[in-house]
Design a protein around this ligand. Structure first.
Ligand code: NAD
Length: 463
């Protein structure tokens, strides 16, 4: 097991010095007590800590970072509100012949750096404000990655599981038609999100193309490869989590070899990240799904554990010396914790009990604001979601490039380019971390906001 260390030469190293004993990193004081929180305000697990809405979080983060950098207050004012929010009625004929009218939204936050980009979700709790908040997050995420897109998010307030495949197809085509004037490969490019999938994106692309009179694959990303989707898109968020985890461990230590890692959530993000980290020499000691997890201090065979997609809820059926609850997994004595399941799992209730020396956010918004503060006070770095899981939007950008150029890339090329983009983003955020006060999350937002502000200043306000 390597010894993890802080680089003494680093200008603003946190208080803790990481030393590894029995497969884990501890702070030098031996204390795990503290002196005293996504683009995705998803599920709230804490009764005691009120969950911020996605919009509240996005606006709070904007104001907090704006205070730290030299930025024109007029630009901040423009960024605090979306450019436009489209609300549409989506009438759908159900299989029994009746008609139900659903409400759909598309919030377009900022496009100063390029076309709007962001997911479309089908979920009963989709609201205007949620779309605005998540759209703002997409603006920051694209800017952190230096992708020439702005931020948007949309959705329909519907339980997709209550609809048949035919009903979902009719809903998607009608929603696309309602948004047709405001989306397009050069204006706003949707993608899958909660409750939508590659098939949904194929219907969206087909509906848009039929009305345009030409096949327009660049109107949407996350499509099946047969209609212009990219190789490597599905695995990209997990791959980026693995790449950023490797960079972060190298920053505080010599490398991944033997580093113990616990991963909550063994779905697309968690399983892809865990398997790559395992391939790269890390010791993945615990993984979980919604039912709980398995723990083996000697390391799990991650490739033989089926992911959520391969066989839902199979984690607990694996042979391992110990099973753990999801709460216990978060508090395991490991080097790196990767929460990759849902939002708001590291809260003010358990942040003082986190023993990992480093947290890398695989899920969107797994750490509440209060937990962020507690972990910062304890010197536990949290590498934020806007950087760590940004592989998804990055490969979406590659998909769009392939679509508009009518040329597909090999999986090898996608993975190489992704690695290069993630490395570049890591270096920029690292530099900001070392030169500004604050956490890794603050540093990522400083990078994002500086780029967006520069673009606003260069373009100016017209008329
Ligand atoms: P997924 O549905 O493929 O997998 C989710 C996993 O988490 C499953 O193993 C499930 O059993 C487990 N899980 C569900 N509820 C849980 C709970 N309460 N406690 C512990 N485990 C639980 O989902 P995914 O695509 O891997 O997404 C995971 C997270 O990453 C979400 O926050 C999502 O918003 C975020 N994310 C996903 C992508 C993407 O493109 N897939 C991109 C960026 C961020």
């Amino acid at each position: 097991m390597p010894e993890l260390r802080r680089d003494d030469a680093k200008p603003k190293s946190p208080d803790r010095v990481m030393t590894s004993t029995s497969g884990a990193i501890h702070d030098d004081s031996g204390s795990t007590d503290s002196a005293d929180d996504d683009p995705d305000a998803t599920e709230d697990r804490s009764d005691a800590e009120p969950t911020e809405t996605a919009l509240e979080t996005a606006q709070r983060q904007l104001c907090s970072v704006a205070d730290r950098i030299d930025i024109d207050p007029n630009v901040v004012e423009r960024l605090a509100e979306p450019k436009r929010v489209h609300e549409v009625a989506v009438p759908v004929e159900l299989d029994d012949g009746s008609v139900e009218v659903f409400t759909g939204y598309r919030a377009q936050h900022d496009s100063v750096r390029g076309p709007y980009k962001g997911g479309i979700r089908y979920h009963p709790e989709v609201t205007r404000d949620e779309c605005v908040g998540l759209g703002m997050w997409m603006t920051w995420k694209c800017a952190v990655m230096d992708i020439p897109f702005g931020g948007a998010k949309g959705g329909v307030a519907v339980d997709p599981k209550s609809l048949s495949d035919d009903e979902r197809e009719r809903l998607t085509r009608r929603f696309t038609q309602e948004l047709r004037d405001v989306i397009g490969p050069n204006t706003d490019i949707p993608a899958p999100d909660m409750g939508t999938d590659p098939q949904t994106m194929a219907w969206l692309m087909d509906a848009y193309s039929m009305q345009e009179g030409e096949t327009t694959p660049g109107v949407v990303t996350g499509k099946p490869p047969s209609v212009g989707g990219s190789e490597g898109r599905d695995a990209a968020p997990g791959r980026s989590v693995a790449i950023i985890t490797r960079r972060a461990v190298e920053y505080y230590d010599d490398g991944l070899e033997g580093t113990s890692i616990a991963v909550q959530g063994y779905g697309s993000v968690g399983a892809n990240a865990a398997r790559l980290l395992d391939d790269w020499g890390a010791n993945v000691v615990a993984v979980s799904d919604v039912n709980g997890g398995v723990y083996d201090p000697d390391g799990l065979e991650t490739r033989s554990i089926p992911s959520h997609d391969e066989e839902p809820e199979a984690v607990m059926r694996q042979d391992a010396p110990r099973t753990v609850t999801n709460d216990e997994l978060l508090e395991l004595d490991v080097d790196v914790l990767v929460p990759a399941a849902i939002g708001n799992v590291v809260t003010r209730e358990n942040a003082s009990d986190i023993q990992a020396a480093l947290v890398v956010e695989g899920a969107n918004g797994p750490t509440t604001s209060r937990a962020d503060e507690i972990l910062a006070d304890r010197g536990i770095p949290v590498i934020p979601d806007v950087l760590a899981n940004a592989g998804g939007v990055t490969v979406s950008y590659f998909e769009w490039l392939q679509d508009i150029n009518r040329r597909s890339w090999s999986l090898e090329r996608v993975n190489e380019e992704l690695e290069s983009e993630m490395d570049g983003a890591w270096e920029t955020v690292r530099e900001a971390y070392e030169t500004h006060e604050g956490t890794w999350r603050d540093a990522a937002y400083v990078v994002a906001l500086s780029r967006i502000a520069d673009a606003h200043e260069a373009r100016g306000l017209w008329p």
